[in-house]
Design a protein around this ligand. Structure first.
Ligand code: SF4
Ligand code: SF4
Length: 385
């Protein structure tokens, strides 16, 4: 007995894909060249042809819970070979952006991050918070950041502010990813759901991400793997730097948080100096890698723009924030070492970039790494590795 499938096209969704960077969507005539040339897709039910069809038909629900939109690594081989100029790589990029908007919480933040008209408002938030902490001043004396009192601003204000921003981002990301996983798992047959080996899938996915194996399969945008690896590992380095710096401000004998709370730790000056040297080396090396990586990302985009497209506002917002973060961080450090007061405004601008990157991470392209990793784990766990 044959069943009947009722499709519910969402024309608003089609228009949104077109507005979000998928302008070429309607050009697709379903020849499937894209699925043939894609080196990343599984052979069974390959992408991106079927996603182009789903997008043309406005099948939003099917696309939003489809892990394949995240298995695509936007290497643009399909876009380079599409005989109709339909740019499936960019269409999938637009759908991924909409997927983040669909699952992230609160949803209005994703809308704001995705639209240029809200850019000033998003930047105004960290600027006002930092100005409120006294960051508009240029203190007298040798240039120094992050001391407890009497310098650029109080660390007793800055640290809780950035910790709150990071916690907000973590909770929001966790909720979004959980919602996405549930949407993907909703249609799984019970016997297949029971067979899921999450541990093995996570292990294999982490190993694949650390080596960036899928990026290495890209042909049109070959340099993407190196650029991505540099940015990825520099983020890990900067994360380690932040943790070590935080340990330092907790433990410092006279000025640390524990001393502030009346529980000073008996720790030698040499241990604190050693810790400072270590995180400064890791931090500066990571900043250099970040600048090199993001510079490569930009040059690759321009170099391949004819074949792969130059990218959307959403892509460039993330690239600009990361570049700004690396450049102002390194510049502030050099100015501080040289005892030049311009270090202060540079450091404040740097902190605005840091806030933007982390507080808005669940809604920006930064969220890609979490949604893509989730889709990769799900695909592996369900036999679509
Ligand atoms: S996107 Fe291009 S290559 Fe893919 S099916 Fe459509 S027309 Fe063919
Ligand atoms: S952009 Fe690359 S990974 Fe994505 S569908 Fe096209 S060829 Fe495949």
């Amino acid at each position: 007995m044959s069943g009947t499938t009722i499709l519910k096209p969402d024309l608003g969704f089609v228009n949104e894909v077109i507005r979000s960077g998928g302008e070429s969507l309607k050009k697709c005539y379903q020849c499937a060249t894209c699925s043939v040339v894609c080196n990343v897709t599984p052979e069974d039910k390959p992408f991106p042809r079927k996603e182009m069809l789903q997008a043309q038909w406005g099948l939003k629900d099917q696309l939003m819970k489809n892990p394949d939109i995240w298995l695509c690594h936007q290497c643009s081989d399909c876009t380079a070979y599409c005989p109709r100029g339909a740019k499936p790589g960019e269409v999938l990029g637009a759908i991924r952006k909409m997927s983040i908007k669909e699952f992230s919480a609160p949803g209005f933040m994703a809308k704001m991050v995705g639209q240029p008209k809200f850019l000033l408002v998003l930047f105004a938030i960290p600027v006002l918070l930092l100005l409120a902490s006294g960051a508009g001043q240029t203190p007298a004396g040798p240039v120094a950041f992050g001391k407890p009192h009497g310098f650029l601003f109080s660390m007793y204000f800055i640290d809780p502010l950035f910790t709150a921003a990071a916690l907000f981002a973590l909770v929001s990301l966790g909720l979004g990813v959980r919602k996405y996983w549930k949407a993907m798992a909703a249609d799984l047959p019970a016997d297949q759901a029971a067979k899921i080996n999450l541990g093995a899938a996570v292990k294999e996915t982490v190993s694949e991400i650390l080596a960036h194996r899928r990026f290495q399969k890209c042909e049109t945008t070959k340099g993407r793997s190196t650029a991505h690896l540099l940015v990825f590992y520099s983020f890990i380095g900067l994360f380690i730097t932040t943790i070590l710096a935080f340990v330092k401000v907790i433990l410092e004998p006279n000025t640390g948080y524990l001393a502030f709370l009346g529980h000073p730790v008996q720790i030698g000056e040499s241990a604190i100096t050693g810790l400072t040297v270590i995180f400064k080396i890791i931090g500066n090396a990571s900043a250099l890698a970040l600048i090199a990586g993001i510079f490569l990302v930009m040059t690759n985009r321009f170099k391949n723009s004819k074949k792969a497209g130059v990218g959307s506002y959403y892509d460039w917002l993330f690239i600009t924030i990361v570049a700004g973060l690396g450049i102002t961080g390194l510049l502030a450090e050099l100015l501080r070492i040289s005892n030049i007061p311009a270090a202060y405004p540079t450091y404040v601008i740097h902190l605005c970039f840091v806030f933007f990157l982390f507080a808005y991470a669940p809604f920006s392209k930064m969220a890609h790494m979490f949604y893509r990793a989730t889709a990769m784990v799900f695909a592996r766990a369900t036999g679509r590795g």
